[in-house]
Design a protein around this ligand. Structure first.
Ligand code: EPS
Length: 399
């Protein structure tokens, strides 16, 4: 089974990661990982940091002559901000005492991990809480997950995401309009979706909406606030039968939710119709079953590719909400940790809207979850062995 760990602070020297459980014989290059790292850095609404960070992860172990060996794979990703030291923050990330003369931060921002970090870890400075809760860490998760994503791609499973709402701008019929647009594109595999979305500065597939979303971000940047929104990620080529209904922790929908809700700033996740299912009568929710061309199919996909927490073989459709970034030019009221005096929040460099970048993070963090479910069913120590298992499954499919 695949597991991974990340280490590293936002303004420390680098992010470090190890992924274990990737089978032997998978072709992988630093460029394939860099593709998703670069995608994560693009998008309207980002802050000043992305102008100089050019993420490229170095593979330190686990790969020989362009193929995995089945051994742990280590990646490292330097923070240019550390060398650049344009803010003074890298200085306070020194291992030794060099930055100890810098004043501690004692004014917590509402909505960030500032106050709770200090209370929980008994820091006397907010800086360490900022450093590890920062979304910078998602760069390493994207890097490691890109390897699992490549494994899925090898077996025909594709992932693609796009943005469906930013602040007050979104599709009129949030389910129907998006299905009309996205479902036909999925016939060519979910990667079609991300490639088309990458053409938009906000990763929205509708050109008019894309422009309106950009205007919305521009407006709130000028007003000194920030924006959240909704994203959608779809998967194609997923075989029926991944996950299980026999025990709660084996339901794949639940495992996906954990990976998504474990991502910075996510406040909700839904599969298929999701919350909309609660507003409709049952006959407008459940997908009718047919038998065509020798296989069972569903007429619609309102349950988003799952029944009983198990994949049905239909595309997986996942949506989620990201809250607005808590660092804003418009101050909110807060309290100094030391003096207990009420005051306005301070501002530090930040993005205005991270939605277009966050959807790339989601595309990637779900890859190890799906890959684990796939390995649970078809697993082996090498890609070749998994191919034998998967091909036998496809040939022997009785139902
Ligand atoms: C972040 C603040 C900004 C973002 C950062 C997340 O960085 P800085 O504090 O250096 O201005 O750019 O995101 C990244 C660096 C990244 O790679 O995504 C925060 O406070 O969460």
């Amino acid at each position: 089974m695949i597991r991974y760990l990340t280490a590293g602070e936002s303004h420390g020297p680098q992010l470090t990661g190890i992924i274990e459980g990737i089978p032997a014989g998978l072709p992988i290059t630093e460029d394939e990982i860099a593709l998703h790292l670069a995608r994560r850095q693009k998008g309207y609404g980002r802050g000043g940091r992305m102008a100089f960070e050019k993420d490229k992860a170095e593979i330190l172990s686990g790969v020989r002559f362009g193929k995995t060996m089945g051994t742990p794979i280590a990646l490292q990703l330097p923070n240019r901000a550390f060398e650049k030291d344009d803010t003074g923050w890298p200085k306070v990330m020194n291992k030794e005492g060099d930055g100890e003369d810098v004043d501690p931060i004692t004014v917590p921002r509402p909505g960030h991990a500032d106050l709770i970090g200090v209370q929980k870890y008994r820091y006397d400075d907010i800086r360490p809480a900022i450093e590890r809760s920062s979304a910078r860490e998602t760069a390493m998760r994207v890097g490691l997950s890109a390897i699992a994503r490549k494994l899925l791609k090898h077996f025909g499973i594709e992932i693609g995401g796009h943005i469906i709402r930013i602040g007050s701008v979104g599709y009129e019929d949030e389910w129907g309009d998006v299905r009309d647009l996205v479902d036909p594109m999925m016939k060519d595999g979910a990667e079609t979706i991300f490639r088309a979305a990458d053409e938009s500065p906000v990763r929205c597939l509708d050109e008019d909406l894309s422009e309106k979303m950009r205007e919305e971000i521009k407006k709130w940047r000028k007003e000194g606030s920030s924006l959240g929104g909704y994203w959608e990620v779809v998967l194609t080529g997923v075989p029926a039968g991944l996950g299980s209904f026999v025990h709660w922790d084996r339901k794949l929908e639940g495992q996906l939710a954990q990976a998504i809700m474990g991502t910075q700033a996510m406040k909700g996740v839904e599969i298929g119709l999701g919350f909309e299912a609660g507003r409709r009568p049952g006959h407008e929710v459940h997908d009718e079953i047919t038998h065509e061309e020798g296989e069972f199919r569903r007429r619609t996909n309102r349950l988003g590719g799952f029944e009983g927490g198990v994949t049905t073989g239909m595309p997986i459709i996942i949506r989620g909400v990201m809250k607005p970034i808590p660092t804003m030019l418009t101050p909110l009221k807060t309290v100094d940790m030391n003096t207990k005096e009420e005051m306005d929040t301070r501002y530090e460099r930040s993005d205005v809207c991270a939605l277009p970048r966050a959807v790339v993070v989601i595309e990637n963090v779900i890859a190890p979850v799906i890959a684990n479910a796939f390995l649970e069913k078809f697993g082996g120590d090498s890609v070749e062995e998994i191919e034998e298992h998967y091909n036998a499954f496809k040939e022997n499919k009785k139902r």
